[in-house]
Each structure stands twice: as C-alpha cells, then as structure tokens.
Write a protein that binds this ligand. Structure first.
Ligand code: SF4
Length: 431
C-alpha cells in the first residue's frame, strides 16, 4: 500500500468527508482550523468502520470532538466560519484560542538536564535511570494524529520543535557519559518511525557507543497507524536490520507500542508486522490511555490485552488520559478507570497480571491509582508513586486521597508526593 496522508484541507476533497453526518462535518471544519489533523489511507480504508460513524472508536480516535474547545470559543469560531470566512480575523482568533490551550508543563525545569549550567536541547530526564531524547527529525510528525494527543502543539510548529529538540546526533553524548546511572534511553517524538532507517541510525548510533546505556526504547504508534512501515515500505527491511543491529551492540531493544483499541490489531498486515519485529528479537511492550468513548469498558481492555498476548506482545501500561486543556474531555472518572482496569484483568489470561494501571503519565511522578481503601468508614483512593524524577523524593510512597465516584482529578500529584521530604517506601499519608 502506498502511503497517502490527508490534512484538514485535502481530507475535505475525499468521499469520506462527504460521508460525515452534517453536524460532524461542521465540528470537523471548526476544530480542524485549531487542531492539526492528519489521517492516512490505511486508517480511512481499513481501520474506521464508516457504517458506525460517529460512534466508531477509531473515528473518535482520529477526528477532533466539539468538547475540545470551550463552548464560547466554538460558538465564535462557528460564527466566523458562517460569516464567510474573513481569513485574517479567523487566523487571529484561532491563534488566541490556541494560546489559551498551550499545555502548561509544570516543573519542566527539573526535567531538563544541563552541562555546565547550559541546557541540553531535546533531552528530558524523566527518572533517575531514564532519559527521553528528541532529535529534531523525530519531533515533527506521526503517520496519523490522535484526537487526544497532548503533543498537538508541536505539530507544524517550527519554533516549538526547535526549542525542544536537537539536530547534532552527538548532542546527548557528553551528558550520558557523565551520568552512568542512566541505563535507558527513550527515543520518542511525535513518532520516530516516520523517519527513514538511515536517519534513525544516525541518531541512535552515538548512544550505542555508551557502555552504561543498556536499554534503547523506541516509542511509536506506527504498528497501529501504518503497519506497512515494517512490511512493504521501501526501507522496511533496513529498519528491521537496524533493530537487529541495536541488539548486536549489546543493548536490549524495547519497542513501546501505542495501542488504543483492539481493532488496531485485527488486520493481517499488522499481525505480519508484529511477527517481523519479533523475529528480530525485539520485545514489544504495549501501552495506551483509557479514553472516554473509545475504550472505556472492561471488554475493550480484556480484548486488547488478550490479543496483544496472543500476538506475542507484552501488555505494559494503561494510562489515565492527561487532564490539561483540551485533553480533559477525554478523561473518565478515576473510580471508573480503576473499575475497568480491575474487571478487565479478571477477564484476561493470567499473563496480563503484570500490566500496570491506571497510571498518571503527565506529572513528574509516575503514579499508580492502586485501589480503594476504607479507613474509619471513609473511602480513599490509594495512590502510589512508582517513579520519581532525580532529586525528588517520594518514590515508592503511598498516599490516600478522598474517594469520589465522579472526580476525574487527583489534584496536584507533584505537591502530594513532594510534601513527604523523607520518603520511605512504607509511608502512608491520609489527607
Ligand atoms: S501517535 Fe503519539 S505523538 Fe502522534 S498523535 Fe498519536 S499520541 Fe500524539
């Protein structure tokens, strides 16, 4: 299959646009003037079930939804569109709306490594033993864009990309050599696997020379959005050779595959792609967020995990969708997320017992929503900090926060876990 991608303008020329119910077309026109839209021919032809649009989960996974904008902004944009599109006014208003929604990355400073006081571009030190790297070409795009993506701000935004990425492949070397405690390097993006194998190798090679780095992680949704990347793309074989080469250099290669719905695993081409990756010795660990209207039942998750295991992959994390700005409409109540996780595990082969979740992914602590406990007749959510960033205390700590059936918000997790200056793995605080 030849890769064809569509943006908000070219998609309107397809027959699929005409198939959208009228109100969905209106939402698409308005929302895609604010958020970047990208979809490819495989997703359109083989993943979305057009008979069930707008309720189809893959449709919801790609197409923006009305709730992503504040009602007043939506209304104003609608009026601007209906009034014959004065492009200049529209552009200015869209910029204003976007600015309001720029995700606030709290405490970002603590995650940015420095050498001699100078910031290393494109490197984020998530936890003591892991860093994420953002080489410039990897920060640019994906095979399709997910409606819930918190990285939307990076797409088509040269300034944001340049500020948070690096171009010289040797940029992270000095820091990594000076920090032998860093064993895992994560290449993330956007999606690193949109790049040619040669370009990927250029950025991965300098890291392979560092003895203390033992694990190379590549985070990608390409198996779901474009499985031909591993089968019939021109350099598919070269990419798989690169996977073998990384391991021949003594590193463990972990493919962090992003899956949201079992449909993404059902076509023959994705099964073939998974097998070809596994044949290189690479371990595929799967993760994805629990998202309102897309995968918010126990059946969705047990089907997803059972299929992943049947195909030889490892279910790894169920994430709680980020809650800043536009993503908050994708989040479900914490109590419901926990219940879905627990019910789904009961319906899944015992091999899925190692999957962790629901886990908050966007704060400095990687925090597990571990269960509900009752103390003195009061119910609480038990939260556990699985990992904390370097120089921050709290890792291993358990905190209790008041239970609520409807809340989607656990409050400020950084403040919650930072309060305890002397972290002990057995600490339990009741707020
Ligand atoms: S593939 Fe990943 S980075 Fe790309 S849009 Fe989806 S969530 Fe965002």
């Amino acid at each position: 299959m030849k890769f064809i991608s569509y943006n908000n303008t070219s998609f309107k020329k397809t027959t699929y646009y005409k198939r959208l119910p009228e109100n969905e077309r209106e939402v698409f026109d308005i929302l895609s003037s604010v958020f970047h839209f990208k979809v490819n021919n495989y997703v359109l032809e083989h993943l979305i079930d057009w008979e069930t649009v707008p309720n189809d989960p893959i449709y919801k996974l790609i197409f923006p939804r009305k709730e992503m904008l504040q009602p007043t902004d939506y209304k104003t944009l609608l009026l601007l569109h209906q009034s014959g599109l004065d492009e200049k006014t529209l552009f200015q208003f869209v910029q204003k709306v976007k600015k309001k929604m720029y995700p606030e990355v709290k405490h970002a400073e603590t995650s940015i490594p420095k050498v001699n006081g100078v910031r290393i571009r494109g490197m984020y030190s998530n936890f003591e033993t892991i860093v994420s790297l953002f080489p410039d070409p990897m920060a640019k795009t994906c095979h399709s864009y997910c409606s819930y993506c918190f990285r939307w701000i990076m797409f088509n935004n040269k300034e944001a990309q340049q500020n948070s990425s690096y171009t010289d492949p040797n940029e992270p070397v000095e820091y990594l050599r000076a920090h032998p405690e860093i064993t895992d390097v994560l290449f993330t993006g956007a999606d690193p696997l949109v790049l040619k194998a040669k370009t990927l190798q250029k950025y991965i090679d300098p890291v392979l020379d560092i003895e203390s780095v033992k694990v190379i992680r590549i985070s990608s949704k390409s198996l779901a959005w474009w499985p031909f990347r591993f089968t019939t793309d021109k350099d598919a074989d070269e990419l798989l050779k690169l996977f073998k080469y990384i391991q021949s250099r003594g590193k463990h290669l972990n493919f962090c595959a992003h899956f949201t719905h079992v449909r993404e695993l059902e076509n023959d081409v994705v099964k073939e792609a998974i097998q070809r990756i596994r044949d290189t010795g690479t371990v595929i660990r799967c993760q994805g967020p629990i998202v309102e209207g897309i995968n918010d039942t126990p059946k969705d998750w047990s089907a997803l995990w059972n299929t992943q295991i049947a195909l030889g992959m490892v279910p790894y994390y169920m994430f709680i969708e980020a809650d800043h700005n536009s993503e908050s409409c994708f989040r479900i109540p914490l109590a419901k997320a926990l219940q879905i996780f627990q019910e789904a595990q009961k319906k899944t082969t015992g091999l899925a017992r190692t999957v962790r979740g629901p886990v908050f992914m966007n704060d400095l602590h990687r925090t597990l929503l571990d269960g509900i406990v009752t103390v003195n007749d009061q119910r609480y959510f038990a939260l556990k900090s699985l990992q904390a960033p370097p120089n921050m205390v709290g890792e291993g700590t358990i905190k209790l926060i008041p239970y609520s059936e409807t809340t989607k918000d656990a409050g400020d997790l950084i403040a919650l876990f930072s309060k305890e200056q002397e972290a002990r793995s057995t600490t339990v605080d009741i707020l």
